[in-house]
Design a protein around this ligand. Structure first.
Ligand code: CAA
Length: 270
């Protein structure tokens, strides 16, 4: 495994989507110090996701201010997200199918809407209520922590529509519920209610709908109370763990701890 402490260069903040682009993407972004809140904001379409939404999410990730430590993703109106905007579900906008490389690049671009939510520099929280279908479910799965309301309905609907889940959701789904349960959920495209989601580990918190915002606020406060450098190093360490042998993970723990001790007490002690 490569050295996980190598920092990715932060992309050019000039790519930040402007207000008009965010509005067209059905997104709202509120940055308050260390907290960025992204609201999926097309409630009249149940926050259905368009190519503009995915590009907007990627742009937010690329241009996130350095001081942001927690990102909260939420949905306006009755649902978190009804998944892909079915008005676009015709292949329109998709590059010429004969050019596999162009199609690959196109989907890779869409996937950038969610990959950045795993960055060690931030903790991402999905605050989910109502329906989280297809791309909406995958977006929630891309976050580090899911706080869900008791009216949540998860559904991986893609196979029922003849496609596969391709917005980075299959890896976390399998890591959380295992291959067999993931297969059952995807190939039946059935709805998972909040209680079952909690039992399967798909949610870290299940709360009454009225308590969703308060619970997220308390979680954010707790996360921000932790030493920022320790938070980044610990997330990096935990993300590495599933792919590492015990020996590799022990080495990673030593490496991260030496970095922390140097940071806290100066290089002469570590
Ligand atoms: N795309 C476009 N419009 C949508 C939409 C979607 N995915 N989901 C809902 N809407 C629209 C409805 O057409 C309706 O519009 P009108 O008011 O003009 O009639 C409006 O939003 C409200 O919808 P409902 O009246 O159906 O609201 P509801 O609260 O009763 O039901 C729902 C909500 C269960 C989400 C239902 O709307 C629904 O089943 N939507 C479709 C879900 C779906 O199949 N999504 C695709 C998943 S696959 C995927 O996401 C693939 C991928 O990312 C790559």
């Amino acid at each position: 495994m490569s050295d996980a402490r190598v920092e990715e260069p932060r992309p050019d903040p000039a790519t930040s989507p402007n207000e008009a682009e965010l509005a067209e993407a059905g997104l709202r972004l509120d940055v308050d110090g260390a907290i960025a809140t992204i609201t999926l904001n097309r409630p009249e379409r149940r926050n259905a996701l368009t190519f503009a939404t995915w590009r907007g999410l990627a742009g937010i990730g690329e241009s996130l201010p350095d001081g942001v430590r927690v990102v909260v993703l939420r949905g306006a109106g009755p649902s978190f997200s009804a998944g892909i905007d079915l008005g676009m579900f015709s292949g329109g906008g998709f590059p010429d199918g004969a050019d596999a490389a162009a199609s690959d690049r196109f989907i890779a671009g869409l996937q950038e809407s969610s990959t950045w939510l795993r960055r060690p520099e931030i903790v991402s929280i999905a605050a989910v209520h109502g329906h989280a279908i297809g791309g909406g479910f995958q977006l929630a799965l891309s976050c580090d922590i899911r706080v869900i309301a008791d009216d949540t309905k998860f559904c991986m609907k893609e196979p029922a529509l003849g496609i596969v889940p391709d917005l980075t959701g299959t890896k976390p789904l399998v890591e959380i519920v295992g291959v067999n349960r993931a297969l059952e959920l995807c190939l039946t495209a059935r709805t998972v209610l909040a209680d079952e989601a909690a039992r399967l580990g798909l949610a870290e918190y299940v709360v009454p709908r009225a308590d969703l915002d308060k619970t997220v606020d308390e979680l954010v406060t707790a996360l921000l109370a932790v030493n920022p450098g320790a938070a980044v190093a610990t997330k990096r360490l935990l993300l590495e763990a599933p792919g590492n042998t015990l020996e590799e993970q022990c080495a990673a723990e030593r490496r991260e701890q030496i970095g922390r001790l140097r940071e806290l007490f100066g290089s002469q002690n570590a």
